[in-house]
Design a protein around this ligand. Structure first.
Ligand code: FPP
Length: 252
């Protein structure tokens, strides 16, 4: 039985987040510069989006560039930024054809002007698409996101817009960059590393974590489906007992 037909279409993860890791190692294995790995990572991005669209996943969030990634050699940072610009332009017809809405999270003001302009244009042009939301995490750090949320909530308290007692999980959620997205159901990290690396710390509270040894440029549609099958084979209990979950399933 092929892997796609093993997927239960009634239990598809709504939001899949991906830490695309291993581009540098992939390139090094073939004696090439690191950027060659990033370029080849684009096919994996494309296949993951196609796979997500095929099974009805509504949101895919990619860790494309972290706040720490600014510390990489300037050559690599510049190459990543121009790769971002080129690939966004190139993929626009595909985003439109597949009804993909592009979104971005992170300290976006730090991006080079050109990259920010292209990104904002694409966000604008795709804003009425609704089959799938692709969120690019760019100059993103989860702790920084939480710090910003705390600051913005504090300002509202000082201005008497909300009271301290009113602060709850919903209010915090609504002040994160991801306010419009559902919680992450499935987090995938490639390349054998088993870390979260400051990615969506709040949003993955109940996510299933899938680690694979595949390096990002080798990640294909079937690897995505494999992660989804594994996700579906795990029992998500949200703190409840197995019996409570079984009763709930019986009722549904
Ligand atoms: C991590 O691999 C990968 C990145 C920091 C960049 C990922 C970016 C892309 C695949 C391009 C994305 C573009 C769009 C439009 C989404 P690494 O360099 O840390 O690999 P290593 O751990 O093997 O060195």
């Amino acid at each position: 039985m092929d892997i796609l037909s093993q997927i239960d279409r009634t239990k598809v993860p709504k939001h899949v987040a991906i830490i695309m890791d291993g581009n540098g190692r992939w390139a090094k294995k073939q004696g090439m510069a690191r950027i060659f790995g990033h370029k080849n990572g684009l096919k994996a991005v494309r296949e993951s989006l196609e796979a997500a669209g095929e099974i009805g996943t509504k949101a895919v969030t990619l860790y494309a560039f972290s706040t720490e990634n600014w510390n990489r050699p300037k050559l690599e940072v510049d190459a990543l930024m121009s790769l971002l610009v080129q690939s966004l332009k190139k993929e626009l017809p595909t985003f439109q054809k597949n009804d993909i809405k592009v979104n971005a999270i992170g300290r976006l003001s730090q991006l080079p002007e050109k990259a920010l302009k292209v990104l904002n244009d694409i966000i604008d042009v795709t804003k009425t698409n609704s089959s799938l939301t692709l969120t690019l995490s760019l100059s993103y750090g989860s702790r920084e996101e939480i710090v910003n949320a705390v600051k913005n909530i504090s300002k509202k308290v000082v201005n008497n817009e909300i009271s301290v007692e009113e602060i709850d999980e919903n209010i915090i959620n609504n002040h994160l960059y991801t306010f419009s997205l559902p919680d992450v159901d499935l987090l995938i990290r490639t390349s054998g590393e088993q870390r979260i690396s400051n990615f969506l710390l709040w949003q993955i509270a109940y996510a299933e974590l899938h680690f694979t040894n595949v390096l990002w440029p080798d990640f294909r549609r079937d690897d995505f489906y494999k992660a989804v099958v594994e996700y579906q084979n795990r029992e998500r209990r949200f703190g409840k007992t197995s019996e409570q979950i079984e009763n709930l399933n019986d009722k549904n």
